[in-house]
Design a protein around this ligand. Sequence first.
Ligand SMILES: Cc1ncc(COP(=O)(O)O)c(C=O)c1O
Length: 428
Amino acid sequence: MKIYTTAGEAAKVFCDLKTNGQITDEDTVTLLYDLNIIQERMASLKNTFPADTLHTAAIKANPLVSVLKMVNGWGVGLEAASRGELALAEAAGANRGQIVFDSPAKTQEEILYALKRSIYLNTDSYNEIERVEEFSAYNQITSGVGVRVNPQVGAGTISSTSVAAQVSKFGVPLDESDRLKEYYLKNSFLTGIHLHIGSQGCPLGLLVKGVKKVAAFAEEVNAESESLYGEQRIKTFDLGGGLPVGYYHEKSPVTINDYAELLKKEVPVLFSGKYRLITEFGRYIYANAGTVLSRIEYVKKFKDANIIMNHAGADLFLRKSYNPGDWHHEISLMNKNGSVKAGDFKEPYLIAGPLCFAGDIIERNAILPEAEAGDYLIIHDTGAYNLSAWSRYNSRQIPVVFGYNPLTGSIEVLKRRETLQEIVNFWS
Ligand SMILES: Cc1ncc(COP(=O)(O)O)c(C=O)c1O
């Protein structure tokens, strides 16, 4: 299975797009998705987990409706974490049994919306369980309702995306398991359990430790519900997402198979058929499929620095700009004709974006071949949490996005470049 997109492959797609007139000089930034990688990742999920697992792709990682449609067409559901994402899931054609609704701040209207449509939802707090309880009095709940728990197994290496520390804004802390058990036992609509440990930076051992702790709790609840009511209360186990992906091309990342094997060993009950599983991967499905091509407008050479001014900045690399130590992207260089450049330049480059603030930097010490105006940066592994975290600051146009299949040579527009009028409309 392919792990990374090479510079040569991205350069070839760039040449095809230029030859076909599908990009022009106005496309200072272009995003590419290798659709075959996405399809392979989803196939690997299906091959690794039990056949009745509901795999959902986390919309927050990639909300492009054209991609959501493809993903859903390939039999994968969608995880929505806001009312807007629910609308995207529905626009992509996902049916109610294929949508999971998460969010730590669901309004009454949002909860009712999901319940009325039998959309599976994960409550995030006792407060939210109580809201559902109120509605359950006059609305039959036909969909499953889960509870997100925080197994409190600790943070990974990236604090801003770690959500299983002792205190987290997400979920019900498992420390309070007696109280939570009571909620499960008195509310027959609570038939699911959910956890998510973090996104990137969480080693497999930490992910599995969290799952194991939550599974032990589910087993405890079920033992009591069986003795009280003669039936298993928790039937659905939602594992969340969080498989770390590779951003350093010289390294081999962990695989979905490594994760599933460790789960099978440490938490065999999940593979016994007792629970219906849900997964919510995002980064694993998309990150390595995406590549950004961004034109270098100027190379500023000073005594103390060589500064590349390119067109992709903190708008597309929001997390990287604000927490540069936490995130990494490999960067290659090609000339305007699509030839990948080779050779290390003697001094490092500071790669700056086009936005009006000093933190708009995507790399401080990039060792690249000698760069000149008109070259393109090829920024790798940008398929998750880049475009989805787009920042409107300075009102730059959202770039064009293409999907391609390296096996068939096909290329399609997934989203066209935003027009200037659309920017005016946005702020009007
Ligand atoms: C509840 C939930 N599920 C799934 C995901 C997807 O995580 P990842 O993209 O790391 O697989 C996230 C990401 O933050 C999340 O918060």
